[in-house]
Design a protein around this ligand. Sequence first.
Ligand code: AMP
Ligand code: ZN
Length: 113
Amino acid sequence: MDNCLFCKIIAGEIPSAKVYEDDKLLAFKDINPQAPVHILIIPKEHFDSVNALDETSAPIVGDIMLLAKRLADEFHLEAGYRLITNIGENGGQTVKHLHFHLIGGVKLAEKMC
Ligand code: AMP
Ligand code: ZN
């Protein structure tokens, strides 16, 4: 999609620190990490957010969860981690391309908001 930062990263027009790629998904390090491990997992197909998913497209979230589990193992997050997707303005979403934050490597705050 034109003017989407993450679509440009997928297209290779903007560099990223990739940690995983296949035909459907891309994972790369967040440029402004909030924890020792902070990876973004995105579908290559553009969806604005969870709100843009339907019954046909929603299974991509299952693929993202399975990749998150694999990456958590690869990045030694046996002690736990958090998966977050922000939606819309009040949800704090700044990039309007569906993404999940995989955050860990430290004891995370109990309070989520
Ligand atoms: P959100 O606020 O949930 O929309 O998350 C967007 C995330 O994208 C933020 O954590 C940013 O630090 C991250 N981000 C923005 N630009 C880049 C970039 N060029 N490469 C990697 N991560 C980025
Ligand atoms: Zn996009």
